[in-house]
Design a protein around this ligand. Structure first.
Ligand code: COA
Length: 255
């Protein structure tokens, strides 16, 4: 059971995150399944567009913190980084439908999607510093260039939740749509793209991304080294244990 459901129909590869009892937190196995699904969609000529979504009222609570303790990703060959390389290098358009929690990678993966639809209840957050970690998914590069340094610093240093509307205002979300229309809107846009000339879509995406493609791959690798190092830090261990023990972390013991 990977908790990732994938299905291809009418030219659309749908990837559904399906682990609601743990708020769709992502384990290594789930990252691997998503990376595999993206690679399969890229290789399948019948697939024109990818659609990533979660459950009603829930996108993903980000990395599974227990899984981080049990299987820390020590290098960029690990499933989480394979997923990040796959989503950031995909040639076909990717649409995301986001409702509820979109924490950590639940927010950073949106930087690599082409169209992002979010429900008003979406709650995005980049809590890496609060967890003793560093940003991933090249967000340390892409976010400042998307929204300016100070606004990126607010999101990445304070790590507080922000709304779908704010995400729309800063350009991380394409449109905010009522939750009961979220999936249908994302699917309708996917169908529109699926009917367009596929080679033109791929080339247009490549042209828009070409200027930053090498820098993005390099940044994912650079971040992965710091990330692996920070996972072993006492601050990260304290933050993860505190979350799992349902208490506030205490960082006062660490320099
Ligand atoms: N890793 C592991 N388990 C997680 C998780 C995560 N990232 N997010 C949620 N869960 C688990 C909880 O431990 C809880 O499990 P339990 O029922 O066995 O106790 C269950 O999912 C429900 O979570 P809960 O915190 O009770 O739900 P909530 O609605 O009160 O809050 C969130 C939802 C997403 C705001 C909150 O769960 C959260 O902050 N999660 C951590 C997010 C995070 O830091 N992700 C890492 C980013 S790098």
């Amino acid at each position: 059971m990977s908790n990732i459901l994938s299905e291809t129909k009418d030219g659309i590869a749908r990837i559904e995150i399906d682990r609601p009892d743990k708020k769709n937190a992502l384990t290594a196995a789930m990252y691997q399944a998503m990376a595999d699904a993206i690679h399969a969609a890229e290789a399948d000529a019948k697939v024109r567009v990818l659609l990533i979504h979660g459950k009603p009222g829930l996108f993903t609570a980000g990395n599974d913190l227990q899984d981080f303790l049990d299987h820390p990703p020590r290098d960029d060959q690990r499933p989480v980084f394979q997923f990040l390389y796959a989503i950031s290098q995909a040639q076909k358009p990717i649409i995301a439908a986001v409702a509820g929690a979109a924490v950590g990678i639940g927010t950073t993966m949106l930087l690599h999607c082409d169209l992002v639809y979010a429900a008003p209840n979406a709650r995005l957050q980049l809590p890496f510093v609060n967890l003793g970690l560093v940003p991933e998914a090249a967000s340390s590069l892409l976010l400042p260039s998307l929204i300016g340094y100070q606004r990126a610093a607010e999101l990445l240093l304070l790590g507080e939740p922000f709304s779908a509307q704010k995400a729309r205002d800063i350009g991380l979300v394409t449109e905010v749509v009522p939750e009961d229309q979220l999936f249908d809107t994302a699917m309708a846009q996917a169908k529109k793209l699926a009917g367009k000339p596929a080679a033109s879509l791929r080339l247009t995406k490549r042209l828009m991304k070409q200027g930053q493609a090498a820098a993005v791959a390099q940044r994912i690798k650079l971040e992965s080294g710091h990330f692996a190092e920070r996972l072993d830090s006492p601050e990260a261990k304290e933050a993860f244990s505190a979350f799992l023990e349902k208490r506030k972390p205490d960082f006062s013991r660490f320099d």
